[in-house]
Structure formats: structure tokens, C-alpha cells
Design a protein. Sequence first.
Length: 76
Amino acid sequence: MTQGQLIELLLARLLQTHGGTRHRWRRLVGPVRTYSLDTHPHCNWAINPTGSCSEIEAIEQLVDDLRMGHPIVSAN
């Protein structure tokens, strides 16, 4: 999975679950940072969401779920 595909999946699930606009969720999710598999062999990506406490919680819960199925991503 690429960073772009991961973002698309995150946005689709956030819109489905919480509504709102794609643009707003995209801004709150922010970029996906990837790390070297040499230093992060089990999960090589992270995000730093912004927004209200409830928005950050919604994003982080979804990210926790997605990490189980997609622990490794590649750059676009």
C-alpha cells in the first residue's frame, strides 16, 4: 500500500463513519510519514492528526485499526 492509498482509505472511512467533508478530514489527517524498515520493521508509518479532541480521537482510533492490516506502506 502506498501513502496515497492509505490516505484515501482513511478519508473514505472517516467520511463513512463521521460524515463531514473530505477537504476538512484531509486537512486534519495531515501527511503520512514513512520510516525506514531498518529502524521500524513492524510498522513504518505515522500521522500527526490535528483538530478538536473528538476529531483527533476519531482519526487515531481508525489509524490503530488500519495499522493491524497495513503496517507497512511505501512512498507514492
